[in-house]
Design a protein around this ligand. Structure first.
Ligand code: PMP
Length: 351
């Protein structure tokens, strides 16, 4: 606290990200990063872009990158917005699209940054409980609201809705914006990008942090029709006109174009996830069926906080949320096969 703080700073409740400790030989399964190296083409593009042109500002519109993303999703580049990580894209969407006089609907258990943004931008949120199986039921969202945000697959549960359910939600609210946060969609769910041309109220948000192994580059994007994309552009140009640097633009373009790398890495992570799921179940864990690069699991005889602490003592870091309904769960990022085995060995020591 300081007398130099504005009232806005006093009122903030900042998001707390998973820790990034500098501990040797740590098995780091706490922030849903990709355990494999990014595409070599990405690294080559960064090297090629690292020259005296860095004295110049980057393309403020990231035109080449937007064109590459648009081509991948069968959209036009005017229907693509890029930002400094999907967190920044989400921030612009909260301020520019999701803030209305009636409440924003979101699940009671979801990405906790949403509530931080809602508070920052003074948006009233109404939480819709996940059902008893920790799943979203879209019929629960049939109530008056200003906008809706869902993560699909949801975080930290990992469960996904089929595309038909997403379309039902979007077409059931033609006068409200519906934001689908697809940070983890590439690990087993279906993107709603194909619905964009039919639904003017839909905004799909994705990231390069997970399925492109580029969390350190900070690139995210949104897909939507012009009025929604224009809202994001207006927000950006009132905040920071150059959110993506030269290296990020070049590297992200190479990443979205390297389909062979993408298919290989995605299938490795899915295979590791199925292995971890089966191994945990055989040890008595309840594991929600995951379409993401993490699993959400609890053991009937062990408290979540206790398990997380004892794993940490063995240099295995997982995420625990001390929150109602999910305090006994652990969110375990899927690592390499060896990391997954180290995690399971540590679990065997504990239980
Ligand atoms: N959405 C969800 C559901 C997430 O879990 C994350 C990662 N913490 C993000 C968005 C943001 O990812 P990034 O800013 O790295 O794109």
């Amino acid at each position: 606290m300081s007398r130099f703080w504005s009232s806005a700073v006093h009122a903030l409740e900042p998001y707390v990200a998973g820790e990034q400790p500098n501990v040797p030989n740590l098995v780091k399964l706490n922030t849903n990063e990709c355990p494999y190296a990014p595409s070599q083409r990405v690294l080559d593009e960064i090297a090629a872009a690292t020259d005296t042109r860095l004295r110049l500002y980057p393309d403020p519109t990231s035109a080449d990158l937007r064109q590459a993303i648009a081509a991948r999703f069968g959209l036009t580049s005017e229907e693509v917005f890029v930002g400094n990580g999907s967190d920044e894209v989400l921030a612009f969407a909260f301020a520019g699209i999701l803030k209305h006089d009636t409440p924003l609907l979101q699940p009671d258990i979801t990405y906790s940054f949403y509530k931080t943004y809602a508070r920052l931008f003074d948006i009233t949120v109404e939480e819709i409980p996940l059902d008893a199986n920790f799943r979203v039921d879209v019929s629960d969202y049939n109530c008056p609201c200003g906008a809706i945000i869902l993560s699909n697959p949801n975080a930290p549960t990992g469960t996904a809705l089929p595309l038909e359910e997403i379309e039902k939600l979007v077409s059931g609210h033609p006068d409200q914006a519906v934001l689908i946060d697809e940070a983890y969609v590439d690990f087993g769910a279906e993107t709603a990008a194909s619905l964009v041309p039919r639904h003017e109220n839909l905004l799909v948000v994705q990231t390069f942090s997970k399925s492109r192994a580029l969390a350190g580059l900070r690139v995210g994007f949104a897909l939507g029709q012009r009025p929604l994309i224009e809202a994001l552009e207006r927000m950006r140009d009132s905040f920071n006109s150059y959110p993506l640097d030269r290296l990020a633009q070049a590297a992200a373009k190479a990443a979205i174009e390297d389909e062979a790398w993408f298919i290989e890495i995605r299938s490795k992570i899915i295979a590791n996830r199925e292995m971890v799921t089966a191994e945990l179940r055989s040890r008595g864990f309840e594991v929600l069926s995951s379409s993401a690069n993490f699993v959400f699991a609890r053991h009937p005889a062990h408290q979540g906080a206790d398990l997380a602490r004892r794993l940490r003592e063995q240099a295995v870091l997982v995420r625990h949320f001390n929150k109602p309904r999910i305090a006994d769960f652990l969110r375990i990022t899927i690592g390499t096969v060896e990391e997954c085995r180290q995690f399971l060995r540590a679990i065997d020591q504990i239980i």
